[in-house]
Design a protein around this ligand. Sequence first.
Ligand SMILES: *Cc1c(COP(=O)(O)O)cnc(C)c1O
Length: 397
Amino acid sequence: MQKQTIAIDTPFARADVYGSLAVPIYNNVAFEFQDAQVMSDAFCNRIDAPDYARVENPTVTNLELRVRALTGAANVTAFNSGMAAISNALLAVAAQGKNIVTSRHLFGNTLSLIAGTLLRFGIKPRLRDLTDIAAVEAAVDDDTCCIYLEIVTNPQLEVADLRALAEVAHRRGVPLIADSTIIPFTETDLKSLGVDIEIVSSTKYISGGATSLGGLVIDYGTFPEFNKRVKYEMLFNLGAYMTPQAAYMQTLGLETLDVRYHRQAFNAAWLADALRDESRIRRVNYVGLADNPFHVLAKRQFGETAGAMLTIDLDSKEQCFAFLNRLRLVHRATNLFDNRTLAIHPASTIFGNFAPNELARMDVRQTTIRLSVGLEAPEDILADIRQALDPSTREEA
Ligand SMILES: *Cc1c(COP(=O)(O)O)cnc(C)c1O
């Protein structure tokens, strides 16, 4: 069966008593048991039955099952944000004295989690250039607990060789953990490239229309202890499970993900190409462009589409601000893969609390605008960007 069909037609784990076609929202906390033995069996995981909604809820389980069906994963655990998924997964593999081999090219909060929060608990960051396999090899040692990366980094749009990194990780017996938020798992087969654990901020493409926060830990089962840790230790003890309301909206989002994503990726590719002709834009960065340095590797690893995020560089921060202030259709907002096109100046917002020298080391430039391309007609998005690039347009914001 094709993924679009699986996304729509994966049956409920247990049929709804009324035959509801849409997944019901179980807006509850506790579940009653027929007798004490069944209750004990449920609590001790001898049978699969929900006991308490911090750790299991039928609406959330339904989303987890659909993602499992779509990815072929051994286990999927839903958290209440992308950051909750990332922090719970890292806490499941790390311990005091261990190190995480990763890069400075990370989502801002992920970098500050690894280089700040986890460091306070004695887990050490080893920040390397993940496109330099020899440097990664030299960084990994007996205390390494994982290699962690983003499949297309934000906002640099860097792509590392997953097979090569997986080999380095597996030689040391540690997992390769990949944040795949930028290109949906319906397009890729990261397991075949050696990724052991995939993490997705389902706030982005999956929620569809920016309805809700969520995060998914997709475990391919190659490190059998991992699921025990993340599901039965982290989820239980840290309490960051997805809410049934979010799971309901994200299940609806999952059903239309394929069509939305293809339209958004098409729009992004079309825009990236068109924006190269604009004289006020110094650089268009999008891995879908044939002359992008990561194009060939991205295509080999992730297939024909290249996501719906691109960046443009103007001459200065002031020009970036003026550009943002002249936009009429495109929205000044963070978030990625909303139905609407969004624009942001990452250096002064998402990365606004990093010092200038840190920004330079992370390759976050003052001249960069990030665009998350939506579902509008691409000609309308282009027309808005063109008028906002024009210095004679009045800044209305
Ligand atoms: C947004 C994002 C996150 C964090 O997700 P939240 O759902 O906002 O917590 C993590 N990684 C990447 C690549 C993201 O874009």
